[in-house]
Design a protein around this ligand. Structure first.
Ligand SMILES: CC(=O)SCCNC(=O)CCNC(=O)[C@H](O)C(C)(C)COP(=O)(O)OP(=O)(O)OC[C@H]1O[C@@H](n2cnc3c(N)ncnc32)[C@H](O)[C@@H]1OP(=O)(O)O
Ligand SMILES: O=C([O-])CC(=O)C(=O)O
Length: 351
């Protein structure tokens, strides 16, 4: 699996998410100077127009963070000076602004929903470090930042997944980037796609502990339950990203304490049973859900966090779609009733 020719494992090992976002938006990895300029443009855009922040505060208590993000991105379209400009350069600038604003939306909504004051972004922090800082109000450790950053690299892009395809369909009508990203966030929400990372800890908790996990998993498979975090439309022999993130999740669990290590051991048993019984393997959401849990992050923000990485991939696809655009409009094979005549309503019975 590669982004613009670079193996994703090598990117996870040798680069930061900021470099990968630049790569996706600009076709190649940045030089040190290009990265610095990119980071300062993104840092300068880490602000929400006041009405958008008020909108976040006006959502009902308990509004799903993913819904808040979708609503805020849609509202941001009305404040962006270049929403209607679909040129390559304008779309890159808008993508940088969304990359900057989406973590602010997630962090501000999180804090407002807990009755806390939002924390202003810090310009000298990376995408991942600044996000943890805005959520918590204290600077994260280097290990936490690196772990989150690797997950962001792995989440940044993945070909024609459902949300990216949605973004492509939307912009193929000559709509705009904000509309495409709003729709993509909607598609990401479902549990068969990005929503799965919020279900992972439910699976691990339901399995109980390393001693009960085998029996639970066998019983769940016998009940034909769909186990979130497993299986993939493309990868039938395993998702390379899950293998890359697994040791990172385990390290974060070791740092979080014995309870978290036990969740990892439980997850390992589940993984083994599903591999042996169904020949089915984890996808990226499986270690990501556990990693975010070990970083003490609230489960309902996990899919929004996926979105704040995938914005780079969505925007790159939108730009590529517009470079060679043709309306995406599939046909369907009709299998409804045969042709028939319309009877006036008075002749259709009285029930
Ligand atoms: C980063 C990402 O977005 S990755 C995807 C995240 N989503 C999930 O983790 C949700 C759980 N996984 C799934 O639902 C599926 O594996 C999908 C949607 C990801 C891909 O599925 P598809 O390629 O469409 O496979 P499909 O749904 O046709 O399933 C094929 C068979 O495998 C079974 N199966 C597939 N995934 C699972 C699962 N996670 N648990 C149990 N059984 C499963 C199906 O029940 C079906 O069995 P059947 O033939 O006996 O009916
Ligand atoms: O490709 C898919 O269908 C889902 C996926 O793994 C992703 O979007 O990262």
């Amino acid at each position: 699996m590669r982004y613009r020719g670079y193996a994703v494992g090598e990117l996870a090992e040798k680069t930061s998410f900021d470099e990968v976002a630049y790569l996706l938006l600009n076709d190649d990895l940045p030089t040190a100077g290009e990265l610095k300029e990119f980071q300062s443009r993104v840092a300068a855009a880490r602000l929400l127009p006041e009405p958008v922040r008020q909108l976040l505060g006006a959502l009902p208590a308990g509004a799903a963070p993913l819904d808040a993000l979708r609503t805020a991105v849609s509202a941001l379209a009305s404040f962006d000076p270049e929403t209607a400009d679909n040129s390559r350069d304008a779309n890159r600038r808008k993508a940088e602004r969304l990359l900057a604003q989406m973590p602010v939306v997630i962090a501000d909504h999180y804090r407002l929903s807990k009755g806390l004051q939002p924390v202003a972004a810090k310009a000298d922090l990376s995408h991942s470090a600044n996000f943890l800082y805005m959520l918590r109000g204290t600077e994260p450790t280097a290990d936490e930042v690196r772990a989150l950053d690797i997950s962001m690299i792995l989440y940044a892009e993945h070909e024609f997944n459902a949300s990216t395809f949605t973004a492509r369909v939307i912009v193929s009508t000559l709509s705009d980037l904000h509309a495409a990203v709003t729709g993509a966030i909607g598609a990401l929400k479902g549990a068969l796609h990005g929503g799965a990372n919020e279900k992972v800890m439910d699976v691990v908790r339901a399995a109980g502990n390393p001693a009960t996990a085998e029996q639970w998993t066998r019983a769940a498979l016998a009940r034909k339950e769909r186990i979130m975090g497993f299986g993939h439309r493309v990868y039938k022999a395993g998702d390379v990203r899950a293998g890359i993130l697994k040791p990172i999740a385990r390290r974060a669990a070791a740092a979080a304490g014995p309870e978290y290590v036990a969740w990892e051991e439980t997850a390992e048993v589940i993984e083994g049973v599903i591999g042996r019984e169904k020949n089915m393997f984890p996808n990226l959401d499986w270690p990501a859900g556990r990693l975010y849990h070990s970083l003490h992050l609230d489960i309902p923000i996990y899919t929004p966090m996926f979105a704040m990485a995938r914005i780079a991939g969505w925007a790159a696809h939108v730009i590529e779609q517009l470079d060679h655009n043709r309306l995406i409009r599939p046909r369907s094979i009709y299998n409804g009733p045969a042709p028939r005549d319309v009877r006036p309503i008075s002749e259709r019975g009285s029930a």
